[in-house]
Design a protein around this ligand. Structure first.
Ligand code: NAD
Length: 283
């Protein structure tokens, strides 16, 4: 039986909203499989779901939230603005589309999915439109995803609201320390996407050795490394045993040396696109 949900620590965002440090990601879960996957995650104890308009499964995430019988206030739901909706005039409608699809009254965290700095819409204008979503009771916090230091700096210099979170690719082969430090220095929580590098880091000999030392699986060791570095994670799996395995992170600890040894595996290797050049994908 998995641990109870109250063993997951929370991170307090810069506006006081609390986010569970461990969640469940639903990227690449087919819509017909999503409701059951999210319900299985709830059963295992997860209370934080990371979705996006782009994933095409917001409606099924909402179905699971409503079917779970869990009080809405105990669940944290993140979604993201789709890349084709950066035009400031389209942001409110896109957000309403997310709300309608989820059908759960409010979203806890809404992010700009990609900065797309080479597109014809300035992400700064998109961000100012995102600020307009606050105050209506439909979103508790707003943030960004895949933003680099110069993108964040422009927002800090020219906008009003500091993003509550920056969701970036981050795993032992891409530790993102400068960006993470910038986030931390400005009160922006760092969320790590592809936290186990889609499985790619799990065969690493250094990680395997630490897993043997602590008597845990490589996935648990890598996820625990994120937790001890203060990052928010939401590994994805549709396999029930892995969903439970990825949740069992709070009854063991890595030593400072073990955390440092995993951090030293960095080789600045991306699985996903480069945020500086990634452009608009078709709607
Ligand atoms: P991940 O690092 O969570 O890896 C998921 C894959 O690893 C699974 O498909 C499975 O094959 C394997 N796996 C999971 N648990 C395992 C275990 N215990 N043992 C062995 N293998 C295991 O990668 P991800 O799904 O790309 O990222 C997680 C979440 O991050 C996504 O679901 C999504 O919510 C978010 N994300 C966001 C962005 C963005 O641009 N903001 C991009 C990608 C992902």
């Amino acid at each position: 039986m998995a641990d109870s949900t109250n063993t997951v620590p929370t991170v307090t965002l810069n506006n006081g909203v609390e986010i569970p440090q461990l969640g469940f990601g639903v990227y690449q879960i087919d819509p017909p499989d999503t409701k059951a996957a999210v319900l299985a995650a709830f059963e295992a104890g997860y209370r934080h779901i990371d979705t996006a308009e782009l994933y095409g499964n917001e409606a099924e995430v909402g179905d699971a939230v409503r079917a779970s019988g869990i009080d809405r206030s105990e669940i944290f739901v993140t979604s993201k603005l789709k890349n084709g909706f950066h035009d400031p005039d389209r942001v409110a409608a896109a957000f309403q589309g997310t709300l309608d699809a989820l059908d759960i009254d409010y979203v806890d965290l809404f992010l700009i999915h990609w900065p797309m700095p080479t597109s014809d819409v300035d992400y700064l204008d998109t961000w100012k439109a995102m600020e307009g979503l606050l105050g209506g009771g439909k979103v508790r916090a707003i943030g960004v995803s895949n933003f680099q230091v110069p993108h964040l700096q422009r927002i800090l210099d020219e906008a009003t609201v500091v993003p509550a979170a920056n969701q970036i690719e981050l795993h032992p082969y891409l530790t993102q320390d400068p960006l993470r430090e910038f986030d931390g220095a400005h009160g922006i929580a760092t969320e790590a996407w592809s936290p186990i590098a889609q499985g790619k880091v799990l065969g690493d000999l250094a990680i395997a050795a630490i897993a043997t030392e602590v008597g845990r699986t490589p996935a648990q060791v890598v996820l625990r490394w994120h937790i001890q570095r203060g990052e928010i994670v939401f590994p994805k799996s549709v396999t029930r045993s892995r969903v439970e395995e990825n949740f069992a992170l709070f009854d063991f600890e890595l030593s400072t040396d073990q955390v440092a040894a995993i951090s030293a595996l960095n080789r600045d290797e991306r699985l996903g696109p480069d945020p500086d050049t990634f452009g608009r994908v078709p709607d």
